[in-house]
Design a protein around this ligand. Sequence first.
Ligand code: LLP
Length: 423
Amino acid sequence: MPLHESICYRDGTLYCESVPLDAIADAVGTPAYVYSAARIRANAARLQAAFAPLDAAVHYSLKANANLAIIRLLAALGLGMDAVSAGEIHRALHAGVAAERIVFAGVGKTPAELAYALEAGVGWINVESRDELHLLDRLAAQRGTWPRVALRLNPGVHARTHHHIATGHAGAKFGMDASTVAAILAQRGATPHVRIEGLHVHIGSQLGSVDETLTAVREAQALAGPYPDVRTLNIGGGFPVAYRDGDEYPPPEAFAEALRPHLVGWQAKLEPGRSIVADAGLLLISVLYVKHQGNSRFVIVDGSMTELIRPALYDAQHPVVPLRAAPATGSTIVAGPVCESADILHRGAALPTVNPGDRLAILVAGAYGMTMASNYNQRVRPPEVLVEGESWRIVRRRETWDDLLRLEESDTERGSLDPVPDT
Ligand code: LLP
């Protein structure tokens, strides 16, 4: 099990730091996300230490988990933020992050989003097409600003990872191919209001090999080589985490070691998301019913694909464990209540005999869990709890049925159903 000192059993009871998870479930109900602040800090510190010899700036990828409490915690450790929408920029600013510490990336930024980023004064904008570059140049000229830009290179490297999270191969929608990047660099005078000072490569998430990242970085360096003022390399995120026992992945130190000799004279940036929050979070759920069908034991739980879509979307395997340790009695299908055959949280969980009311935890759920949660079937999104040592607090409350009505009823707090401009 990918348990560690911050999420582990003590005397047969599952704890997050010094808090028994049963106590949190008693207080807030299930399903509920629970995060360990100590583990988030430790993960961030490990990345910072690994890349310290490279003098790399770490920008946390907000898409992995954008809870305000987590943003604040990471900003306090000195991390910048990687945003992929104006909504994420807005959230980071609201959390108190300085605009110049935000990198704005994304393949399809709208004119309104770019204008918002310029007016907020974000530190870097990663540009992914010629059209975007020209639009940004115009918007910057209108505002009298000179944004710092990194061109996102699609290096033609096919990362060995799930096909939904590989981004660096020819045929992927992300970035620009080498010839386009080379042409833009050669004609920088055509866009005088952008300062092209860096290149960006992100070849995918949950990367299985250091070599592919190195190949991508070398390709970017070859393109930037002739331009001495283009010396920032945004290497992206993608550092992998173990979801299952026996998962073997290169640790962040291996990426840092491999990159180090190549980055002398370059300013490096990173955008990790998953590796900072994934194993710091879990989803608490309760058993509703147990039934046997065909040759399978089904445990129907109160959590579903609306809280954690990764198993349905990527065949991701998140361990499911009981809050009270007991020997496994067989392979179990853990299924949610949503009216979709894909609403299976685990197909072969090694669980003990469980009964209605028993609680389980789905591990390694801190990244791309809550941020990808939905209201499908009119399910309310769950609360989020942050544990710090012996204390814990709700950092996002459970939604209510009224929350779900609010955006459609004109007599509630917005007062009108008029379109909201610029969002
Ligand atoms: N930078 C860029 C440009 C990205 O596209 C991503 C992730 C990251 C950084 C952060 O990658 P990380 O360090 O978290 O691997 N929903 C999927 C993952 C999608 C990743 C999208 N981009 C999942 O649940 O596995």
